[in-house]
Ligand binder design. Structure first.
Ligand code: HEC
Ligand code: HEC
Length: 361
């Protein structure tokens, strides 16, 4: 039962690909609203429709519940009314928007998690002992430059000469679902730092639904059993990034603007934090281990009415394949959904026909 719900949540997230009519750079952009697209909307009328999946997952994560907590019929009919928690959530949405409007100049400073912190029913309580603040790491007297951090990263991966020898990769991996028991096989083909096919083969529970994510150097696609799945702008970017990142230590070619921010900590280890922008609206953060020089975390944020929807990738357990290091344990997380990729086989310089990447349909 529980697994079923999780699967529903994962697929719903994947399938929430609404028609997004935005055209970049056009101020007259017409964006379909939730009020236009969905049937039973009383509060989120003006929200862009393509934020619905993100907002529902952010609310679920904040309360530590699944969809059925509010959509109590648990039959995938999200329009259905008459559920106490759904009605309360509407009141809470209104309250949250009013707080931001009246006290924070409309900035989404307050969200469900500000109060809920992962529990559905926050209890009124006060700390009885002083809360010990987490010590922030000491900042270096002389800030490292982005070039220094990237040079160290290149060396840590195996060095320019070794990296140049790798032209393609065939990676076999397993996708581990949050229950730790459900696995799907993954096959990843990369070529030239700009071509990618990721195939996710279903485990028994998922039937025969094969998902492919493709980047052909210009466009990203997602296919479910051969049929095109509409992608949102941020999802397209993430598929592209999968293609660009690990075959290519020259991150400046990927991110036109990179700035050193600070020294911080990830899992107790000191990291250099860099902001890396593709454009004004597409900003990511990259975290490099101060000691090893390796990239350990990447965070992409997409603005929503409840604040930033965060997509976080943690890269761990780097191992050498043909003189070049790759992370073999990769954790992907968005609010309410997370999964792990465990890499168990990497073959370098396998022959991959270019047509495989372009002739998809
Ligand atoms: C905390 C309560 C809560 C949780 C948890 C929640 N929802 Fe909702 N959902 C709502 C409310 C409230 C609305 C109606 C919003 C409005 O009236 O503007 C809604 C509306 C929807 C709609 C639009 C339905 C329509 O056509 O009118 C969909 C789809 C939806 N939710 C999906 C989900 C999914 C999928 C999940 C789990 C990932 C989820 N919801 C989790 C409270 C919740
Ligand atoms: C300013 C603090 C605050 C914010 C922000 C907030 N909540 Fe709450 N919420 C509470 C408190 C406190 C309760 C418990 C109220 C009670 O005891 O009756 C609660 C209760 C609820 C309940 C009923 C839970 C139950 O077990 O009966 C739901 C559902 C809920 N909140 C959803 C949300 C959602 C969704 C958001 C974001 C859109 C949100 N809340 C934002 C403070 C907050």
């Amino acid at each position: 039962m529980k697994t079923k719900l999780k699967i529903a949540a994962i697929f719903t997230f994947a399938l929430f690909a609404c028609v997004f009519l935005a055209t970049s750079g056009n101020t007259q952009t017409k964006i379909e609203t939730a009020g236009q697209k969905f049937k039973s909307i009383k509060v989120l009328n003006d929200m862009p429709a393509d934020q619905m999946g993100k907002v529902m997952n952010m609310m679920s994560a904040s309360l530590g519940v699944n969809c059925a907590f509010c959509h109590a019929s648990n039959d995938g009919d999200y329009e259905k009314e008459g559920f106490e928690h759904k009605d309360t959530a509407r009141q809470m949405l209104k309250m949250t928007f009013e707080l931001n409007k009246n006290y924070f100049d409309g900035r989404p400073e307050i969200n469900c998690n500000t109060c809920h912190q992962g529990i559905s029913h926050p209890k009124p309580s006060f700390p009885l002992k002083p809360v010990i603040a987490v010590e922030s790491p000491v900042q270096p007297d002389k800030k490292p430059t982005v070039d220094e951090i990237l040079a160290k990263y290149e060396t840590a991966l195996g060095g320019k000469a070794n990296l140049a020898k790798i032209t393609s990769r065939h990676i076999k991996a397993q996708r581990i679902e949050p229950d730790g028991k459900t696995f799907e096989d993954e096959e990843i083909l990369q070529k030239g730092g700009n071509l990618l096919i990721q195939t996710i083969y279903p485990s028994k529970q998922y039937g025969d639904y094969v998902v492919k994510e493709i980047f052909d150097g210009a466009t990203a696609f997602k296919l479910g059993n051969g049929a095109k799945i509409e992608l949102k702008a941020d999802e397209t970017e993430q598929i592209k990034r999968e293609a660009q990142l690990f075959a290519n230590p020259n991150l400046k070619a990927v991110y036109p603007k990179m700035d050193f921010r600070a020294v911080d900590k990830v899992d107790g280890r000191e990291v250099y934090v860099i902001t890396a922008s593709i454009s004004e609206t597409q900003r990511e953060r990259l975290y490099f281990d101060v000691q090893t020089g390796l990239l350990v975390r990447r965070v992409a944020s997409t603005p929503t009415i409840l604040g930033n929807f965060v997509f976080q990738v943690d890269y761990t357990d780097y191992k050498k394949f043909g003189g070049v290091k790759l992370p073999t344990l990769i954790n992907f997380a968005v609010p309410n959904i997370h999964w792990t990729r465990k890499v168990f086989d990497v073959k370098n310089n396998v022959k991959i026909d270019d047509a495989k990447f372009t002739k998809i349909f």
